[in-house]
Ligand binder design. Sequence first.
Ligand code: NAD
Length: 481
Amino acid sequence: MSDIQFFGHIIDGEEVESLDGARFDVWNPWTQEVFAQAAEAGAADAARAVESSRRAFEEGPWPRMGRAERAAAIHRLADLMEERADDLARLDSTNMGKPFAQAKHDVGRSVWNFRFFADHQRDHVGEVYPMDSGHHSYSEFGPAGVVAAISPWNFPLMMATWKIAPAIAWGNTCIIKPSEDTPASVTLLGRLAIEAGFPPGVLNVLNGHGAPAGAALTADERVDRVTFTGSSTTGKAVMASAATHLAPVSLELGGKGANLVFDDADLDNAVHWAVEAIFRNSGQICLAGSRLFVQSGVHDEFMDRFRAAAEALVIGDPFDPATRFSVLASRRHFEKVRGYVESVEEQGGKVLTGGVDEDGAWLVRPTIVTDLPLTAPQYCEEIFGPVCVVNRFETEDDVVALANDTRYGLNAMVFTENLSRAHRVSSRLRAGTVWVNCFFIRDLRTPFGGVGDSGVGREGGNFSREFFTEPKAVVMQIDRG
Ligand code: NAD
């Protein structure tokens, strides 16, 4: 084990061990081997990271520098990420089993997160309102302070950068705590930030578990904002903890996305996206189209094609270029998904295709389930795996009611060639994002977030600006006459 990699914390411009030297194992779910170790933060390490970011905010150049200079620094980091794109992608594939081509795509999106917010903070500086009363008022968006960002394992680099990028672009300093399952790529990002010349403390990486590391960050009263992506249950704990010192929270939580295929859909397109929506990343996507509703007129044809496309996905080693689908990210998660799949029949459902691999891999094949009652856990709860529950529907009203009958509300998909229906149904769906005839396409200017148990607040474009700054109004008298 002596030559395995080590991922330390990045604190105050240096890569360091935990104060007590504690470490935890980092797994490769494809080989089922430990390929690295990471520093395991305790409360004292979290405090050290916060202290460093606080100092960088109070005394360092970052919040005070010109917008162009800050943007240039962030673009420099993005350049380095592009140079090291293969290394970043390799770490995510190794660490959570994602096919390498998909990990490369995620790196591109992560780079874009930085470039987008670097430019956005230059272009959306504030608003000016000449007033009829002879005053002039304007808004100013100053940085909020120290941001604690906590991210999940399903898109290790992309989810972390979605939080770090707006936080630092708006002049804050940031501590990111990646998931304990996937510390690798974010630690490399922290190393690249040092190489890019970021002042110490602007981006600290704290590795460790939810408790004590994450919990210590959210409870620390020197933290001004908490941005969290993860499960709804943890989100509630994060919100309660941040509330003790009134730190605003942004929570991006779980989902149970509804995918609506109408009789008039372009079936080639609908099948393609239905497969992407539930089987990409082995279904470990908050936005997964895990509840699929198909209208009666196309139901049988759609299901034949959907099943064939699911069965055609090439399953294998994340580093084989042919692979489209691979293992689940950890043994713990595999056991959870396996439990849902193996109890389908006892809940009254049928497994049309897929199921658990019996060869000892942490693999659940692309799985399509029918005939489940609407009260079954597989239908109501977020499985976060490659399990699609399908229902037939008759009318638009019926399917809108079905789609909205969930405590989640992150996203939905609508497949129809009828323009009026597309707008009407999108407007009636209770969800933060609706994709019409597509899936997973993002414009970073638009709001992103969820309704109900899917989250609190929105990020993206000016929504991120509102969260990561302290907006201020300045009102000035300009006319005494
Ligand atoms: P999780 O809630 O178990 O963990 C998320 C992060 O929170 C990890 O870094 C973890 O260490 C940390 N954490 C755990 N307990 C904590 C505590 N008490 N205080 C502070 N931090 C704590 O989630 P996960 O299993 O890593 O991720 C999967 C979940 O994330 C799914 O529910 C998925 O839908 C959701 N997700 C949501 C979005 C979105 O944008 N809405 C995106 C990706 C994933």
